[in-house]
Design a binder for this molecule. Structure first.
Ligand code: ZN
Length: 355
């Protein structure tokens, strides 16, 4: 049976299909249409299924992107190919028999709701960006204080791209559509794999430069890009032959200050693994060191970095990985280069260093 026919047959049945074939979607199905952690990249609440999920099978992760229908959703959630997905849905709805004929009652045409409102997304992105100012302006003091509080050694604001990292004095904080308050926020532009600015990442803070007292102080905005694999390009690349990449923005700033190299932040481990660098640069991956988990026996940060390294080498790009030497502290899940760099600042000098 053709995919087109099978899709028609699946209309109005995606809840049961996805429940059976992709158990990682069960939480989202149970909480539909509310936000839940992404079944692929994790996080706090970046993923939800469409309101008309049972009809379309679609869903959206603010980080991984939009899956318009049940096929692309299950392929993505399970890491399956098209044929594997098609066969599994076929098996479930039709069975293995080749002589099966379509039910005589044609499926009812479905009126699709407009789930992804491109205009609304663009408006909200513009709204945030329009109110933003440069990090070096006097009113952006909370951002500079925040970086200092995080232990990032002296940020050189001339080396940052003021079109990519900015500050909003009062930014609305929403949770599940409810406005919970306004906070200062550091905002950064996230690019797609073609280098096009595609959405905005927000770090909500307080006027004193600490993390805002909210459930998710770091949030990606909605977007309609095909991917977000072009990184948060906070550093001016200039003529540097070497470009470093990290997961987080604060780690990127710390690596920039400590090693005097332009650094971009991928955003998280999933985006780092899929990072698409610009042409003509050598890449140094400053990886996070994460505890092993069932899903990532090597640690998520380490395996994402290794997967990126392998792909870059295959494409003939010079690349290397640097992992912090530090042990992961008791009770912590990971250690990153910000920890390594800010910790090193307070470490006692080795004897050899003092003459
Ligand atoms: Zn995701």
């Amino acid at each position: 049976m053709e995919a087109k026919e099978l899709k028609q047959l699946a209309t109005g049945r995606w809840e049961s299909i996805a429940s059976r074939l992709a158990p990682s979607l069960l939480e989202a199905i149970k909480r539909l249409p509310h936000h839940v952690p992404c079944p692929v990249h994790g996080g706090v609440d970046g993923f939800r299924l469409f309101k008309d999920f049972d009809d379309t099978g679609g869903g959206v992760c603010n980080t991984c992107g939009i899956k318009h229908d049940g096929y692309s959703l299950i392929m993505w959630a399970n890491g399956w190919g098209f044929k594997e997905t098609h066969d599994a849905i076929h098996e479930m709805l039709v069975g293995g028999g080749q002589n099966y004929s379509l039910p005589s009652v044609a499926p009812q045409p479905v009126v699709k709701k407009k789930e992804v409102d491109v205009e609304a997304i663009r408006d909200s992105l513009n709204h945030v960006w329009r109110d933003s100012i440069t990090l070096s302006s006097p009113e952006a003091r909370p951002a500079r204080q925040y970086f200092a509080n995080r232990g990032i050694p002296q940020v050189d604001y001339r080396k940052l791209d003021s079109k990519m990292i900015r500050f909003v004095p009062f930014l609305e904080y929403y949770e599940e559509g409810k406005l919970l308050g306004k906070y200062p926020a550091i905002v950064t532009m996230v690019c797609d794999s073609n280098g096009r600015p595609s959405t905005v990442h927000r770090t909500y803070i307080t006027p004193d430069g600490t993390k805002a007292p909210v459930e998710s102080p770091k949030k990606m905005m909605r977007h309609c890009a095909a991917d977000l694999y072009g990184a948060i390009r906070i550093a001016v690349q200039g003529r540097s032959r070497v470009l470093a990449v990290t997961e987080g923005i604060e780690t990127a700033l710390a690596v920039m200050s400590a090693f005097n190299v332009p650094v971009w932040a991928a955003g998280n481990a999933h985006l780092l693994e899929n990072f698409v660098p610009p042409k003509g640069v050598d890449i140094v991956i400053y990886a996070d060191k994460d505890l092993p988990s069932q899903q990532h026996p090597e640690g998520h940060g380490q395996s994402a970095a290794r997967a990126l390294l392998k792909r870059l080498w295959q494409e003939g790009i010079k690349a290397s990985i640097k992992i912090p030497d530090n042990e992961i502290p008791q009770g912590a899940k990971s250690v990153d280069w910000l920890d390594a760099i800010s910790g090193a600042k307070h470490a006692p000098f080795k004897k050899a260093a003092i003459k």
